[in-house]
Design a protein around this ligand. Structure first.
Ligand SMILES: [Zn+2]
Length: 196
């Protein structure tokens, strides 16, 4: 087989879903926002992967470059709303418009089958479903407690549903353990125990 006829192996990002809300999970596809931003929606296939990994759709949405641009625009509008909530500010009207415009479109269609749910729709439908999750989140009569991960660089935002609202990290593996280990090492250095 010549290289031209080899099947293309699609390398897709393994997305993370730790925010407790679909819209906040989309916000998390731009990592390390304040230090060294890392784009997890770099190509349309990344959006396809996000939609199926999130369970928004069970089939690929076959995103275009335009859909990718729309997804990032929605994501930044959602980030603006979440940021405003965290800071106790009023939401930016332009960001609200972007979210409402996405939510106004036809959402993903769920269908029950003997083998579970089949969810089909285009990329705009998947973004509509995501935007609707944001409307539910921000309009809830008792505003759920939003938090930003306690690891400074992380910048992931999540809904804290833990008992007593004591959740500090987006996830223990990626952030909690690392921060605790760094603090432990720092304590050892301070007490002159490093290297012993
Ligand atoms: Zn984190």
């Amino acid at each position: 087989m010549s290289p031209a006829t080899l099947p293309v192996k699609m390398v897709t990002v393994a997305h993370v879903f730790v925010s407790g809300n679909l819209a906040l999970d989309l916000v998390g596809t731009l990592k390390w926002r304040t230090t060294a931003p890392e784009e997890l929606l770099a190509v349309p296939e990344d959006l396809d992967a996000w939609c199926t990994q999130a369970g928004v759709t069970t089939e690929p949405v076959r995103a275009t470059e335009g859909d990718l641009a729309d997804a990032r625009r929605l994501r930044e509008a959602l980030h603006s709303l979440a940021r405003a909530r965290l800071d106790g500010r009023e939401a930016d009207a332009g960001a609200v418009d972007v979210v409402n415009a996405a939510a106004a479109r036809e959402p993903v269609r769920p269908r029950l089958t003997p083998h579970g749910a089949v969810r089909t729709g285009s990329a705009p439908a998947a973004l509509s479903t995501t935007a609707r999750a944001a409307v539910d989140l921000f309009a809830a009569p008792e505003a759920p407690l939003l938090k930003e991960c306690g690891r400074y660089e992380c910048t992931r935002i999540y809904v804290d549903r833990s008992r007593g609202a004591r959740r500090t990290w987006c996830g223990m593996d990626e952030c909690g353990s690392r921060v605790k280990m760094a603090a432990y090492r720092a304590r050892r250095r301070q007490t002159g125990l490093a290297g012993r």
